[in-house]
Design a protein around this ligand. Structure first.
Ligand SMILES: Nc1ncnc2c1ncn2[C@@H]1O[C@H](COP(=O)(O)OP(=O)(O)OP(=O)(O)O)[C@@H](O)[C@H]1O
Ligand SMILES: [Mg+2]
Length: 445
């Protein structure tokens, strides 16, 4: 199949090397023309122009591969700048065009496969959300699940979708994909051995028949240890042994059974802190956390609220039901300490109160929701902050400036310093945000 890519090159790449790469990519099945399904940025030396080119290319929303054709004197600093500007990957290429094209093709191919999976109903309808923070997480989950066998540790606040991510890894895993779930909070010291390893008949009082445990059930598939941070230390040691030796014995038996599974763990604890204070084994931590991801709280991705509301209404059989703008506003500005789970419950409560045809209105919001959760901004905390500034003698211009600067700084932090995404959230153009940042950088102090 012929795939299209678009090549952009800075002034210092000679036309003949551009042409050579174009032909080499074509030989790899990539036609370097037409719709920019993927973009390759080519540079000779690295300079400000190159960074600007990457930034503009990435701003088009397609994955951008940066290739430096004269990497000999490229400092590490410049390479980081490329990634910061939005490049998805960076190739250092001073070899023959065919070798460069081969490397580029392999990366672009991987991106294509990822794009196809990201666009699949399986991913879009299951891991709902379009915010950059959520899509970035989903993309990396899909990549690690579909292209590796690496153990995955999912961390995040309650209700942010950790279970969902584990289930998605089960579906995307290259093995048979069956997901065996073990909730570590329910493992009592007496029964844990049997739950994990299974037991022989008569192994202990009440063991009337033999039984398989989680390690047998997970063989060939995925073992999901939910709330892994709750695992008591003795069980951590037992788990580590099975992971290392890839075999186990049933309780009451001396026979070793081989097992092979992919491990996915989830926790809302800070496991690194648990390791520091000796509550979690460091060796186990490094085994289970070969690849880590964090499900972002809903407050970091307000753009996901309405798509999630539509999704949950659909699950309740109310897909086409209209939401009055005031309800939308209410749902968008309410706070969700329980994250997506709380949003789901809120939607269900509103929907259950609704009856008859017609849109859902704020009249359907349950009374106890109305008082505590009504959107209120600027609120008391905001007024307090302003009062402090006035008491300190700060004038109106500086208060306005400080509010703007703080908003910009907070959003840039949340969006990983990505100017385009930050601008979108702040409701200004890229250019405006860039200018404000420049002006700010130039300010004394
Ligand atoms: N992106 C999403 N798309 C659709 N449903 C979601 C999404 N994120 C979360 N949910 C739903 O929200 C609820 C909570 O999600 P989940 O159980 O995965 O959270 P969790 O992080 O495991 O929470 P906890 O730490 O309390 O176990 C579930 O009903 C889940 O289906
Ligand atoms: Mg969970």
């Amino acid at each position: 199949m012929q795939h299209s890519i678009s090549l952009i090159a800075s002034g210092d790449v000679p036309p003949d090397s551009l042409q050579a790469l174009r032909s080499a990519l074509a030989r790899q099945g990539f036609e370097a023309a037409g719709a920019p399904a993927a973009t390759v940025a080519l540079f000779g030396r690295w300079d400000a122009q190159a960074t600007a080119l990457v930034h503009d290319g990435a701003a088009h929303g397609c994955p951008l591969l940066a290739i430096c054709t004269q990497p000999a004197d490229l400092p590490a600093e410049a390479m980081w700048a490329v990634l910061d500007a939005g490049a998805g990957d960076l190739l250092l290429a001073d070899g023959a065009p065919d070798a460069v094209a081969h490397q580029a093709a392999a990366r672009l191919q991987r991106w294509r496969e990822l794009d196809a999976r990201m666009a699949s109903a399986e991913v879009r309808e299951f891991l709902v959300g379009d915010s950059p923070a959520w899509r970035t997480l989903v993309r990396s989950v899909v990549e690690v699940a579909a292209f590796t066998d690496s153990p995955v540790l999912v961390t995040g606040e309650t209700g942010t979708g950790k279970d969902l991510v584990a289930q998605a890894i089960g579906r995307l895993h290259r093995g048979n994909g069956a997901l065996t779930v073990l909730d570590c909070t329910t493992l009592s010291p007496e029964l844990a051995g049997s739950e994990l390893f299974g037991h022989e008949r008569g192994a202990f009082t009440g063991a009337y028949s033999s039984r398989d445990g989680a390690f047998a059930a997970a063989n060939g598939g995925v073992l999901f240890l939910d709330e892994v941070g709750e695992l008591p230390l003795p069980l951590q040691a037992q788990l580590l042994r099975v992971i290392q030796e890839r075999q186990y014995k049933r309780v009451g038996s001396n026979q070793w059974h081989p097992t092979s599974f992919r491990l996915v763990c989830a926790t809302n604890r800070d496991l690194e802190a648990e390791v520091q204070r000796g509550a979690f084994r460091a060796d186990l931590y490094y085994r289970i956390a070969a690849w880590r991801c964090r499900t972002p709280p809903l407050r970091e991705r307000p753009g996901d609220i309405l798509p999630l509301v539509r999704h949950f209404l659909g699950l309740l059989g109310a897909r086409e039901r209209e939401l009055d703008p005031a309800v939308r506003q209410y749902l968008l500005t309410r706070s969700y300490p329980g994250n997506v789970r709380e949003l789901r419950q809120t939607v269900a409560r509103i929907w259950h109160r609704h009856s008859g045809p017609g849109p859902i209105t704020i009249g359907d919001v349950p009374p106890d929701e109305r008082r505590g959760g009504l959107p209120c901004w600027p609120d008391q905390a905001f007024a307090e902050a302003i009062r402090r500034a006035i008491d300190l003698g700060v004038g109106l211009a500086r208060i306005g400036q400080a509010a703007t600067d703080t908003a910009i700084q907070l959003v840039l932090e949340q969006e990983g310093d990505n100017n385009q995404r930050a601008a979108l959230r702040l409701g200004v153009t890229d250019r405006t945000l860039q200018l404000r940042r420049k002006a700010r950088a130039g300010q004394p102090g």
